[in-house]
Design a protein around this ligand. Sequence first.
Ligand SMILES: [Zn+2]
Length: 415
Amino acid sequence: MTILIHAGTLLAKPGEEPKPKQTIRIADGRIARIESGFAAAAAGETLIDLSDQFVLPGLIDCHVHLTGEFGPHHKMDIVEEGPEAIALHAARHARVTLEAGFTTVRDLGEIGGAGNTIFALKHAIAKGFLPGPRIFAAGSIISPTGGHGITCGYRDDINLLLDASGRADGAEGCRKAVRRQVSRGADFIKFVATGGVLTDTATGTGQQFFDDEYEAIVATAHMLGRKTTAHAHGADGMKAALKAGVDGIEHGTFMDDEVMETMLARGVFYVPTALAGTTVAEYARTQDFMPPAIRQKALEVGPHIVDTLRKSHAAGIRIAFGTDTAVSPHGQNAREFSLMVQAGMTPMQAIAAATLTAAEHIGQAALLGTIEPGKAADVIAVASSPLDDVTALLDVAFVMRDGKVFKASQAPAQS
Ligand SMILES: [Zn+2]
């Protein structure tokens, strides 16, 4: 089946100038060709008219958690809802993410009690049973007992009941936990290099594993062909994770010059998640549902991330778009773009971070990130140019993933 898209303005490859009046020819879910001007559809071809729209590649969010959503009821939801409810909610989160223009996500860790939801969801979407983005999943976060991402703050027997398969202590335990994620189907390995904000323990935001544990995690993941990424706020944990060979840094809140130099020298990607930082700081200031341990960390960490993004961008570190959505509501991922621009990136650089660079970061540059022949037909459209005002991306009018239309304001015309 051949589909033609008439694009009023086409940003085929972020970083290069957009072109007016282009035709994208799509066959079997892949981009076949791009032609200048509006080509006529032949008999049997489908025409999608986006001649008054700004068309760009589907967006990629490198840091989401589709199985949960933080908010006032989060703590009770975890113990009241089983994996079935979590799975149904996750299906909704996936749909609204796709409808917001994000055709690919990397899921960096399931919430406690989610069972195998993330992998079931990934496969259901890939089979076309459910609308959602293409998912690359980490499974459970590798974290020590009492560490970030491990269920804490309930009676200890409840904590253990909600334990996911990523809890690991000692080098041998870490190797086993990584192998366990790979056996479950993990595409990536995510581990905690430091404490985190939304874990109900007053353990700060510094290093949480010993050096031999970081080494065991990264070496095992690499041996099994999986890249690693580290949740990190404190510089001490980032240094230890970088020494062990980690491939990406999430949040990176308190990174210092030494961390930035190492990241630059080694080409390590940075996923800022500024939206999560501003969201938790705002909740801590305006709402009263956060336990004291979480509130304290939210106020310390939240406001720093935009500054860190500014410094790291100025230093030339490669930035891949990521929001940590689940901290903020699903479907609002594009709010990150304004924060990136606030931190000194141009709209074009922010869009490149969410397409080209993100695709490279998740090892999918051959398939995703641009509208070029041979790549997946992941195409979105907005009413006005996001290069003039990046908030245009908050209102995505058209979404195609793998050549299939999931959102459109008008029905395609069949010739
Ligand atoms: Zn996260």
